[in-house]
Design a protein around this ligand. Structure first.
Ligand SMILES: [Zn+2]
Length: 91
């Protein structure tokens, strides 16, 4: 727990938007209007569009990006702790 709340820098937000757009799986989308995201949360992170974005792929891209930036890697350290897939979880 930290006393001050985290807010993602605008430059990183733009990168997140670019990742979302790049991970879209289909052409037109009425939910996000071809942006790949539907809104920006309080911490300045995007809300991915569930209709057209490959969330796993976007998550992986974001993780790769965060991994190269120490301040973000620290903030998102939980992303790097769960490296192993959960066993026996087939839908
Ligand atoms: Zn969409």
């Amino acid at each position: 727990m930290t006393s001050e709340s985290f807010r993602l820098a605008d430059g990183h937000l733009e990168r997140a938007k670019a990742i979302a757009a790049a991970r879209r799986k289909r052409g037109s989308c009425r939910t996000c209007h071809e942006r790949g995201w539907t809104g920006v949360a309080q911490d300045n992170t995007i809300v991915l569009c569930h209709k057209c974005v490959d969330a796993e792929g976007a998550f992986q891209d974001w993780k790769d990006y965060v991994g190269g930036i120490p301040e973000l890697k620290e903030q998102y350290s939980e992303l790097f702790e769960e490296a192993e897939p959960a066993p026996g979880e087939n839908a």
